[in-house]
Each structure stands twice: as C-alpha cells, then as structure tokens.
Design a protein around this ligand. Structure first.
Ligand code: NAD
Length: 375
C-alpha cells in the first residue's frame, strides 16, 4: 500500500509531513512511500535523502495512494475517492471541504484531534509543534531585545539581566520559560490553571499569583474567562507587564478565539525598547491590536505577531511532526495494511469523515447549524 508525501501548497508552510528517518520503519511494515519531488526542500531535506531511506520520488504520488500525509489539509479535488488523509485539519473552519470529502468518500484524520490520553502522547502534534513555537518565541524575544538576557558582571561594571514575563504556561509557554531561563533572563510566568504554577516554578521561574480563582477545563486545558474576570486579570497583570523588558504570550482556549490578556494601553506602559512576542496572533492574539506575521510599534515597544511559528524552524518541527504522523500510521496498520480500527478511541477521536459520513460530532453539529441557517 502506498503512502504519498506531497509538496505543501500553503504559502509560508515550510514543514514536510514525513522525514527520511521515519521512512525505514514504514517500509518495514509493508508500505511503499512515494514523495513528490522537492517535498522536503523547504525543511532542508533533498530528494536523494528520501531515496536513500527507501522511498521513491514520484511527480504523481497521490495516484493509487491509500494514505496521503501532509501538514496542511490537501484540497479534496486532488484526492482519489476512497483514500485517507492525515494532516492538520481545522474542521470547524473548513466545512465546505468537509462536505466535499464526505461526498467523495475520503477518510480524513485530523492531527489536532488526537485525544489527550497518555497512549496517544507520541502522536500529539499540537504539543510537538507548540514546543517548537515556544522555543522560537524566546529566541525572537532575545534577538529583538537590544540588551543582554543574562546578568553580566565585568570589570567595566555590572549589566542587569532582562526581565521576561510569559503569559500562558502550557506546552509553548513552558518551553519559552525554559529557553529564556537558559539564556539567563529573570523569568516570571502566569497561567489560569492551578497545575501551571508548580510547572512554572519547576523551570526555575517565578509563578505570578494574582489571587484569582483558577480556570481548569477538560483534558488539561483552560476554561474561557468571563469578561469581568478578564478585566480584573488585566488590571492585576498591568504592573508585571510594565516591569517586563520582554513579554511572551501563549494563551489559548480550545475552539475559541485567543483571550485578550494585554491591552494596547498596557503595552504602552512598557519601557522604550521592550519586546512583545504574541504566539496566539494567528488565532486572534493575546495582545490587543497585534498583527499576525508583522512587527508593529506600540508606544516604545515592538510587538511581534506569530504566524505559523513552527514553520520558522522547519527541520526540527518536521522531524517531530513526522514521528507523530508515523506513530498514527503505525496505530492504524493491521497485518501490513492501512486498516484503522474504528473501535479505538484515538482513531475515532481524530476522524472527521469516513465512508460518506461525517463522524466527528462537533463538525456534524456545525454542518447541521450551517445548513439550518441557509434554509
Ligand atoms: P493551549 O495551547 O490550549 O493553551 C496554552 C496555555 O494558555 C494553557 O496552559 C492555558 O491554561 C493558558 N491560558 C488559557 N487562557 C488563559 C488566560 N486567560 N490567562 C492565562 N493563561 C491562559 O494548551 P496546551 O499548552 O496545549 O496544553 C495545556 C496543558 O495540557 C499542558 O500544560 C499539558 O500539561 C496538558 N497536556 C496534556 C497532554 C496529555 O495528557 N496527553 C498532552 C498535551 C498537553
């Protein structure tokens, strides 16, 4: 059975879904892996490396493919009826594609819906890519700040360390904290989940306590705030933001627009030359007025808005994503064939369409609501 690796067509997407080091394992269980020429180029992998690993290079990898793997969703019209896809697939914002895939009998597996259970950790691409983004956020902050991160004691005098504040201490935030600490900054972190305080401290950072109730949701995620609570949180965070040389924001609530944690007025209170890095910019932003993919001035600060940040480190991001995808394929392989077991909660959790049906309940509800609104 064939696995197709195609060249990504979304502008700015530099990752590739499979890297040579996972090809051998897939070939061993019986797959033939066909890679489109140049599919790995933006992730610094040339075609020869795929061939050396046991794949073939094909200008038409999708022909006869049982499974097509990619980072971004493939357009349904390039897919053969009956084939399966494994990629990120934000189903709620792609309902037209969902219908086309359902009607063409395409099986769609979405990497963002891998359930957060320990058996699925090796398939959790949201975590692997968030880790890359968190590291990148810290490096961007350190690179754009026109001062040292670490304390420097020299014969010419002492230069104090930079003060960094990280808002949101999930996978990306903790990685940003760890990286800023390694670079020598003094780091404070804040998150609405109770468990996060201990994790922030375990990275050697100070956990900011605003003495507000915590907001735990299902599956280790945060719950949405009321507007009253959001305002109080912003008021209490204002002096911490003003004191920071660099602010990194990473807060998200699943399925919702990112919460505004920091207003323009709060940023304007920061010192001249301060840096703000908003990793949530492409889901609305944690900082009021941020622009995804741009750096803008706010008072004396520069505000960097992240846009597909894992793609800015395409080699490690692809490597981690490829391992996640290969582990998904392995889970879905029985007797050397791609044969997902629809009794497995990981398989059903990440399946959007299969055999002419929309299996993912929230997507089915969203479709029904969209159809009702049209009628
Ligand atoms: P995420 O990307 O959805 O959110 C990032 C962080 O923002 C979270 O820590 C969240 O609590 C925080 N946040 C949300 N609203 C906020 C607000 N108003 N103010 C401040 N912070 C706010 O989350 P994530 O990083 O993907 O995961 C969150 C947690 O889930 C992680 O800490 C991790 O321990 C856990 N997790 C578990 C598994 C598993 O069990 N397999 C896998 C991955 C992550």
């Amino acid at each position: 059975m064939r696995i197709a690796v195609v060249r990504e067509v979304v502008p700015g997407e530099s990752r590739v879904a499979l890297v040579p080091e996972v090809i051998g394992g897939l070939v061993k269980v019986g797959y033939d892996v066909a890679v489109e020429p140049g599919a790995g180029r933006s992730a610094l992998i040339d075609d020869a490396a795929y061939v050396d690993a046991g794949a073939s290079i094909s200008p038409t990898p999708l022909a006869d493919a049982a499974v097509a793997v990619s980072v971004q969703p493939l357009p349904p019209d390039v897919l053969t009826s009956g084939c399966a896809t494994i990629s990120f697939f934000p189903a709620g914002s792609r309902l037209v594609d969902v219908v086309a895939r359902r009607d063409r009998q395409i099986t769609t597996f979405a990497m963002e819906f891998v359930p957060r259970i320990s058996r699925a950790q090796s398939m959790d691409a949201l975590s692997s890519q968030a880790m890359v983004a968190g590291y990148r956020a810290a490096i961007v902050a350190a690179g754009r700040l026109r001062q040292f991160f670490p304390l420097n004691m020299t014969a010419a005098g002492t230069v104090p360390p930079a003060q960094v504040l990280v808002l949101g201490a999930g996978v990306a935030g903790l990685q940003a904290i760890a990286t800023c600490k390694r670079l020598g900054a003094v780091v404070k972190g804040y998150d609405v989940r109770a468990a996060a305080a201990e994790e922030i401290r375990s990275m050697g950072a100070v956990a900011v306590d605003l003495e507000l109730p915590t907001l735990e949701g299902a599956g280790g995620y945060a719950r949405e705030m009321t507007e009253e609570r959001a305002q109080l949180q912003r008021d209490l965070l204002t002096p911490y933001v003003a004191a920071a040389d660099a602010l990194i924001t990473t807060a998200a609530v699943p399925g919702r627009q990112a919460p505004i944690l920091v207003t323009r007025a709060m940023v304007e209170q920061m010192k001249p030359g301060s840096v703000v890095v908003d990793l949530a910019a492409d889901s609305g932003g944690n900082v009021e007025g941020v622009q995804a993919g741009a750096v803008i001035a706010m008072g004396g600060a520069q505000v960097w808005g992240g846009l597909n940040v894992p793609s800015q480190l395409p080699a490690p991001a692809s490597r981690l994503y490829a391992h996640n995808v290969a582990n998904v394929i392995e889970l879905m392989t029985r007797d050397g064939r791609f044969d997902p077991d629809f009794a497995d909660e990981i398989v059903t959790g990440m399946c959007i369409t299969h055999a002419g049906e929309v299996l993912h309940a929230p997507t089915r509800d969203a479709l029904a609501a969209a159809e009702a609104a049209r009628a």
